[in-house]
Design a protein around this ligand. Structure first.
Ligand code: ADE
Length: 240
């Protein structure tokens, strides 16, 4: 997969991209991540990329010209035009389902916004999809782009080490993950649940599933309702 990131602050990406799974995935050629500075595509002497909103109001809006030119420039660098995504709090929520869907594409072009937002013609003219990483407002789309990259790349075949697996992740089937324990068996008076060291794999699997259901019910009632709707059999089993 190739991921282009268009931003006014490419330096922000240095550290997250050069550690752990993201670093390894790039070294192994699983993903190529290319950073481009939108400001290099400004056309005036002040390298201006934002302007006042038509109709008045606070803040500045990202101008279409530099973003279009930057997107079109990176599109010449690979055969596939790529799926253009604008990171903005107005976008559709980034869920694990959405991450899986994006991980199946060959090329993503992520545009990180700053200021009040993007000129609307950037979204419509580029056929872009607006994506939000949550119902809160960040100072810009860069951190959101990093979150999306991390979530997508770890799903690419070969990105996770042998010992890791994405199959048991929280959200991979609509439930949160079960609690984990490691050594020591007793820590500051808190013991590992006996069932986990008992060696009965059937019982352990059942305990873990119960824990997943219970913590999803308590912490994410929205997900729990959805899960029950999609898994009515599970509900019956639980009641009987
Ligand atoms: N830019 C600012 N806030 C954001 C958010 N919540 N998601 C994506 N991009 C953003």
């Amino acid at each position: 997969m190739r991921i282009d990131v268009l931003t006014l602050f490419p330096e922000m990406f240095g550290s997250p991209l050069s550690h752990s799974i993201l670093k390894r995935a790039q070294e192994q050629g699983i993903v190529e991540i290319v950073l481009s500075n939108i400001r290099n595509f400004a056309t005036d002497n002040y390298r201006k990329v934002d302007d006042k909103p038509y109709g008045g109001g606070p803040g500045m809006v990202m101008m279409p010209g530099p973003v279009f030119d930057c997107v079109e420039h990176v599109q010449t660098q690979a055969s596939e035009p790529g799926h253009v995504i604008l990171l903005t709090p107005q976008g559709i929520p980034l869920t694990q389902d959405k991450v899986v869907q994006l991980s199946r594409l060959g090329r993503l072009i992520l545009v990180a916004g700053r200021y009040e937002g993007f000129d609307e013609r950037i979204r419509t003219g580029l056929g872009a999809e607006a994506v939000s990483i949550g119902d809160y407002v960040l100072s810009g789309g860069e951190l959101a782009a990093m979150v999306l990259i991390d979530a997508v790349v770890r799903l690419l075949p070969g990105a996770l080490g042998d010992g890791d697996s994405a199959a048991d992740d929280s959200h991979s089937d609509g439930l949160l993950e079960y609690p984990h324990y490691t050594r020591p068996e007793e820590f500051r008076g808190m013991r590992v649940p006996a069932i986990l060291s008992g060696g009965d794999h059937g019982k352990i699997a059942q305990w873990r599933q119960e824990q997943r259901l219970e913590r999803t019910r308590l912490w994410r009632p929205d997900l729990y309702e959805k899960y029950l709707k999609n898994n009515p059999v599970q509900e019956k089993k639980k009641k009987s």
